[in-house]
Design a protein around this ligand. Sequence first.
Ligand code: ARG
Length: 469
Amino acid sequence: MKMWSGRFRQPLDPQFERWQRSFDFDRRLLSYELAASGAHARALKNAGVISADELISLLEGLQQIGEMAATSKGLVEDDEAEDVHHFVEKQLVERIGEVGYKLHSGRSRNEQISTDLRLYVRAAIDQLRTELAEVCGVFADRAEQAGGATMPAYTHLQHAEPVLVAHWLLAYVEMFLRDADRLVDCRKRLNMCPLGSGAVAGATLPLDRAFMANELDFEAPTANSIDATSDRDFVLEFVNILSLSALHLSRWAEEMIIFSSQEFGFVQLPEAYSTGSSAMPQKKNPDLLELVRGKAGRVIGSATALVVILKGLPLAYNKDLQETQEPLFDATDTAVELLPLVAGWMKAVEFNDRRMNQAAQSGFMNAWAAATYLVNCGVPSRRAHEQVGKAVKLCLEKQCELQDLTPDELRALNPLFDDKFHHCLKPAAVLAMHDVVGGTAPARVRQGIVAARTKIESLREEVNFHAHA
Ligand code: ARG
């Protein structure tokens, strides 16, 4: 039986009937729909709408549906169910008879879908935060293993200054930790329970909304029924966080693709995550990285779809909202699958320390350190910059590095260049000079690793806390 056929004189056009259904994709919300239905059934009993025996049959019916779904791995089939809400009603009636129709007393699918989606996103956030902690852990391990290895840091993709490889790796940890933080923030806002909001104006039965919120581990009931039934901000916010995270991964992937090219040779692509060419026998391609970069486009596409679907919708529920589900699911699946692969790749990749160290020592990356030497001797920074610039010009003519200039050549530019100057050009001295919080001086980077580990640990603890709450 349909959930709404009473006032209709004509049957639905069969093609339209099939087309408007959402069960093919919203069946993945079944476990949340069952949990929310359990909370609603209990509230009905507390409100005196159903008897204790009726509650028991409803809960048994819901449990049986859950067991069936578990054995079919959630891929339940039904050619008639309009959506997951209809499916549960049909199944209930099949199992427990007419009393199954009592479950829908005083509620609307509008509040249900809003509740199910919140539960879905909340669970996805907890999973993604676990995965982000794992990825951050792998990056921190690699930073630790990198020890004193150095590499060029780039601005405009041109040699800028030498840094520790560990310092560069920790940059990504910061991005991923911010993503994890955004997810908690989003979780806080979505963790309000729409149950009892009815179709738009609030439930028509005296249901205890605080009780239902508590049953489902929500913070509190939502404050306004019109908003609660039509709000999908949390979906948009969540998918935007995913697109930001995918963007971070895409930047990382792009950098790795560049670093693995023959011209750079900084990293050796792990064979377990690369493929060959059907034509060119020598090839090993960075497929994982390229797909990560491509998937970012896909997640950003979902975020764009969502914002366009939601824009201009009048209050409150409109069926357009059904279209928010697939982009949400697709973006979530994509992100959830991506992170463990990134962790695996990062564990397996080999850094070519020799190439990186070598690259860190050429291309005048000690020029700013050279200018700072003069600044420390009291020369105004603009003058020092100019004089070292002239030294670089001379080197370019002579095809050498700053450390190869003779004392006379240097003193012609500034008499303050003395014997100690050459020492400050050495890679270790250049690194050590960046001795500020967040800088690449080795002691600061060691502190950075410890600080990152502390943050990762507290992320893990928070996730465990939510998992067991
Ligand atoms: N399948 C619907 C959706 O996802 C459920 C809500 C239906 N509500 C309605 N008034 N037709 O949006």
